[in-house]
Design a protein around this ligand. Structure first.
Ligand code: FAD
Length: 357
């Protein structure tokens, strides 16, 4: 099914709730629709933007081109090995729906990515990540429609050039060329769980689970014995951690983390630490560390900053929210103010994670 809508509102396709419009919106439900769409005179040769739920988009104005949205659905196990199950997922499936499905079916690997808004197609583009796990950790291959060659192609995970919230699909040469139609995920049949991030351990202990896994659990002394962690327990812990600090876009418009956590040289971090002894970091490699952007924003004094109806979310300063009627311009102005203030204080220039359109 293909549906064309001229002069379409993009409000349902951005979680900031901004009222931008597209010259043409094309919604489709199968891989085969794409060739027909790109041969249609209303689409051929026009600039296009593929959207998911718009949970990482900021429309700074109307989009003068074609906006596409996929309704390709389906979650199918394609091969069931002893240790790994391959799962084919349609690009239009909800990402959290995939996580819930895997947890219900006893497949390990995406439980820490529970609760991230958006669709599978965007997860593959963004290399979404949370609580120590990234999409690339479970990805095996991505199916795409190559607009230029008018054919369907499989891109292996190695070819996707995944990095921190980035991929081949975000590069200028491929943005107007590759449309993600599905993802092949490799899911494990057993733990271990990834517990070393954020407050996962505390959340599990509070619920009466032991932190010991596998053979360690059997060997552990009595005081360390609690209920063994299950997939459902992990998902519940992650969802409640997220709920406690992130605003629900249905209540307060937002696009999650507005900025990326900056990666800086370790030597630079040590200089900063001398002046700011409580500055946190995550190790990236021997020479680089990642500094939480939310901490920088808060400690630069931006916690209560706002421009019109756009304001910093006080419980998690990395998020900019639309209090009601914020314009794109107000959100952009506030983001610039934050970048300048953090730069003045720490000489670190924050980069947006949100895609400006
Ligand atoms: C409350 C909240 C919490 C969040 N938490 C996290 C988090 O923990 N971790 C994290 O990584 N992100 C997080 N995000 C950001 C966001 O959810 C992810 O980036 C998500 O992958 C975006 O999915 P989407 O379907 O909304 O894509 P969109 O925002 O619509 O699009 C994102 C990008 O993908 C491209 N795209 C979408 N579909 C396709 C396709 N089929 N083919 C080609 N390109 C495509 C778009 O052009 C755009 O460049 C959060 C957002 C919110 C609102």
């Amino acid at each position: 099914m293909i549906k064309f809508t001229a002069d379409a509102s993009l409000r349902p396709f951005n979680t900031f709730g901004l009222d931008a419009k597209a010259d043409l919106l094309v919604e489709y439900t199968s891989e085969d629709d794409l060739s027909q769409i790109f041969h249609d005179a209303r689409v051929a040769g026009k600039p296009f933007l593929h959207v998911g739920q718009g949970s990482n988009l900021l429309f700074t104005g109307d989009y003068h081109g074609v906006v596409l949205h996929s309704g390709i659905r389906g979650i199918r196990p394609t091969s069931q090995g002893e240790d790994v199950v391959l799962l084919e997922c349609g690009a239009g499936e909800s990402w959290d729906g995939i996580c819930a499905w895997c947890v219900d079916h006893g497949f390990y690997g995406v439980e820490n990515l529970s609760g991230i808004p958006g669709e599978v197609g965007a997860a593959a583009v963004q290399n979404i990540g949370a609580y120590g796990v990234e999409f690339k950790d479970v990805a095996v291959a991505i199916s795409v429609y190559d607009v230029k060659a008018d054919k369907h192609v499989i891109v292996s995970v190695e070819e996707c050039q995944y990095g921190y919230r980035t991929s081949l699909f975000k590069q200028p040469d491929y943005k107007q060329r590759f449309i993600v139609t599905g993802a092949l995920l490799g899911m494990a049949r057993k733990a271990p769980f990834m517990l070393d991030y954020g407050n996962i351990k505390a959340a599990l202990l509070e619920r009466g689970f032991t932190l010991l896994q596998g053979a360690d659990r059997k060997r552990g002394d009595r005081s360390m014995r609690g209920k063994p962690i299950t997939l459902h327990a992990m998902r519940d812990a992650i969802l409640s951690l997220r709920d406690s600090k992130l605003p629900d876009p249905k209540v307060l418009g937002n696009a999650g983390s507005f900025f990326k956590n900056p990666v800086i040289e370790r030597s630079r971090y040590e200089e900063l630490l001398a002046a700011h002894p409580d500055m946190p970091k995550y190790d990236v490699d021997e020479t680089h560390v990642k500094v939480p952007a939310g901490w920088l924003i808060e400690h630069a004094g931006c916690r209560n900053r706002s421009v019109g109806d756009a304001c910093v979310y006080p419980q998690q300063c990395l998020v900019i929210v639309n209090r009601g009627h914020a314009s794109a311009d107000e959100i952009v102005q506030l983001s610039r103010l934050i970048v300048e203030t953090v730069n003045e204080r720490y000489a670190i220039r924050l980069e947006p994670e949100v895609n400006f359109i």
